[in-house]
Design a protein around this ligand. Structure first.
Ligand SMILES: Nc1nc2c(ncn2[C@@H]2O[C@H](COP(=O)(O)OP(=O)(O)O)[C@@H](O)[C@H]2O)c(=O)[nH]1
Ligand SMILES: [Mg+2]
Length: 309
């Protein structure tokens, strides 16, 4: 057991080791995390904006994130990055390319980075990511970027943690984009057509404009589609401005509160399921699963038992 209040103080003072330690408590489901989280400044947490950056693998999310970090740092903002990495269950870390790219930011005390693996963990990804974002905010980060591959359900859940979601697409990913149209395009506030230097970008941008027009307008003249060349840093300033504008508009109306409610709901659900899991497992173990009919029927029975406990 460590002393909590010095740790909270150290986080507030932007001590990177204290921040990393607190996030580890969160990831381990350690109860000390609760004490830390309730001790952080709620005003900082409310003010910070969580930006979700999603899209298919290879679209350029990491390159874009890297350039956005530089952009925010030029504006003298402190920034947090949570990279949700589905591919690396063992290291729980970013792939080598991302590591090299982010190296220059790793030396910057005002860039707080953390990667989280989707697989090979006990679950509770949403809850852990939400808590991590709050720790970053409590340490003075005004923007927190969550980078995630927009493929599976858990990644979709993660996106619901964000105040603003940018969907990154790129020409040449063809089928992926078609497959995405159902879910991700709907949740995206901003559509980023990256690799604008590659053939097919114009046509893709026109496609995206059509999609964007179907969205309820937040305001007149709000850019919903951004063209970028992440590798060259082109369009990054415009992208950050579009994000800032959406944030501003959402905070003017009810949308910001609605998003935060949605995020909290996801987190509570996620933690609840985590907490139920061991008890459920215990009850299931007491049944002969092969004998007790249909799995779904047994599940309903187990829930009944749990309620009567
Ligand atoms: N031509 C071109 N290549 C890019 C651009 N942005 C990223 N890339 C390249 O696309 C590849 C995938 O980028 P990455 O950021 O790792 O994509 P992620 O999987 O979405 O995170 C890398 O080789 C990048 O250098 C761009 O604007 N134009
Ligand atoms: Mg990436």
């Amino acid at each position: 057991m460590v002393e909590i209040s010095p740790l909270i103080k150290a986080i507030t003072n932007r001590d990177s080791r204290a921040i990393a330690r607190a996030i580890t408590f969160v990831e381990d489901g350690d109860r000390q995390a609760d004490l830390i989280l309730t001790g952080l400044d709620p005003v900082l947490i409310e003010k910070a904006t969580v930006i979700g950056i999603t899209g298919p693998p290879g679209a350029g999310k990491s390159t874009l994130t890297d350039k956005l970090i530089s952009q925010y740092r030029n504006q003298n903002e402190r920034i947090g990055v949570i990279a949700i990495d589905p591919s690396s269950p063992i290291s729980g870390g970013a792939i080598l390319g991302d590591r090299i790219r982010m190296m220059k930011h790793a030396l910057d005390n005002d860039v707080v980075m953390r990667s989280m693996a989707t697989r090979g963990r006990l679950g509770g990804l949403c809850g852990a990511a939400g808590a991590t974002a709050r720790i970053m905010a409590g340490s003075g980060c005004s923007t927190i970027i969550i980078e995630t591959v927009g493929v599976g359900q858990s990644e979709m859940d993660i996106i619901r943690l964000a105040d603003i979601t940018a969907l990154v697409v790129a020409p040449g990913l063809g089928d992926d984009i078609q497959a995405m149209k159902a879910g991700l395009l709907e949740v995206a506030d901003l559509l980023v057509v990256n690799k604008a230097d590659c053939p097919g970008a114009e046509a893709l941008a026109m496609d995206m404009e059509t999609v964007a027009r179907e969205k309820p307008p937040l305001a007149d003249n709000l850019a919903r589609v951004c063209l970028t060349v992440a590798t060259e840093g082109r369009g990054i300033k415009e992208l950050s401005e579009a994000l800032a504008r959406i944030d501003y508009l959402q905070r003017q109306g009810d949308e910001h509160v609605r998003r935060r409610q949605q995020a909290r709901t996801m987190e509570v659900l996620d933690w609840s399921l985590e907490m139920l899991r061991p008890g459920l497992q215990d009850l299931i173990n007491r049944h002969d699963v092969l004998e007790t009919g249909d799995p779904r029927l047994l599940a309903a029975e187990i829930i009944k038992e749990l309620m009567n406990h």
